[in-house]
Design a protein around this ligand. Structure first.
Ligand SMILES: Nc1nc2c(ncn2[C@@H]2O[C@H](COP(=O)(O)OP(=O)(O)O)[C@@H](O)[C@H]2O)c(=O)[nH]1
Ligand SMILES: [Mg+2]
Ligand SMILES: [Zn+2]
Length: 298
């Protein structure tokens, strides 16, 4: 008999698998070792055979097909990536946000944008942030405001994570560790990144680990990664990951329109009328030409 589980941690000689009956240390069945071309990753759904319930040991007999895969750090089957930002300290960077949203979409993973450190903003700044938030909401993204000292938005953040597998990401200093320590009060997360002579935080992990909040809620603990790399895609598919540009498909004069300098471009018209934010258009073009460049290099 086998039981379903999820790989939550990869160690040198075994995997930690979370099941409804608890966590087990598992090895990979011999046949799977040979047959599998791509390595098993944290987040993979598996079927295991319990070989010793007392010592919580098992064998992984089957690996389910992946829904998606994030290569750096290797994580399979993410329901969402949560991008933590600040309006200030550090300063909001819409290009980083747009590159993140593009990447998540290209990987086939839902994205949530969190604005942390809301306690630092005065009314004018909060209003300015709202303009950007409204734009992102309009084009279908999920946005949440949080503040660690005021415990704002944390319950909603946990609510968004319930029943899902999420990875937190964002530039260093935005408050990822601080938010994670509220969600997992029993765990130690180093805030402020590096500390001490070793230059290592108190919670430095060399491999990715999924922390479980309950049986079906997992959060990737990835203190090492600051940003998701923009994956390489065909440049003609870049527009598909910018919802407001994608919406104009088929409306330009030329059906192979890049939405740059072509006459009769529906996207440029909307940029000029103010409906599409010029900075979004700029970030789209930048990724488009980056992808075209990458293709020429290979
Ligand atoms: N004012 C304020 N400071 C925060 C907030 N969240 C985190 N910080 C501070 O920002 C700094 C960086 O936080 P940390 O959690 O280490 O960020 P990380 O690099 O993203 O993990 C620390 O000094 C935190 O105390 C917040 O909501 N408001
Ligand atoms: Mg941190
Ligand atoms: Zn166009």
């Amino acid at each position: 008999m086998t039981v379903p589980g999820k790989i939550i941690e990869e160690q040198k000689n075994y995997y930690v698998v979370s099941t409804s009956g608890g966590e087990l240390r598992c090895t990979l069945k011999g046949a799977l070792l040979k047959e599998r071309k791509r390595r098993i990753a944290t987040g993979d759904s598996v079927k295991i055979q319990v070989i010793n319930a007392d010592s919580a040991e098992g064998i992984i007999c089957e690996i389910s097909k992946r829904q998606n895969f994030l290569p750096r750090p290797p994580l399979a089957n993410l329901s969402q990536v949560i991008f933590v930002n600040c309006f200030k300290r550090p300063q909001i960077n819409t290009e980083a946000i747009d590159r993140f949203l593009f990447s998540a979409a290209a990987y086939g993973i839902d994205a949530v944008i969190v604005f942390n450190k809301m306690d630092l903003l005065d009314a004018d700044e909060a209003g300015e942030l709202e303009t950007a938030e409204n734009y992102y909401r309009e084009i279908s993204y999920k946005i949440l405001r949080t503040s660690v000292p005021e415990n704002q938005g944390v319950e909603e953040l946990v609510g968004l994570c319930r029943g899902k597998t999420s990875a937190f990401t964002g530039l260093s200093g935005v408050g990822k560790s601080s938010l994670l320590s509220i969600i997992f009060p029993d765990m130690e997360f180093s805030t402020n990144e590096v500390s001490g002579a070793s230059g290592r935080g108190t919670h430095t992990t060399t491999h990715t680990k999924l922390l479980s909040l309950d049986n079906n809620t997992f959060i990737a603990d990835t203190p090492g990664f600051a940003f998701v790399d923009v994956p390489t895609v065909d440049e003609d598919t870049v527009a598909a990951h910018f919802p407001e540009i994608e919406k104009q498909t088929g409306k330009c004069r030329f059906n192979n329109c890049i939405h740059d300098t072509e006459p009769g471009c529906a996207v440029v018209e909307l940029v000029e009328s103010g409906e599409i934010a010029p900075w979004r258009h700029e970030h789209y073009l930048k990724i488009y030409y980056e992808m075209a460049e990458r293709r020429k290099m290979y």
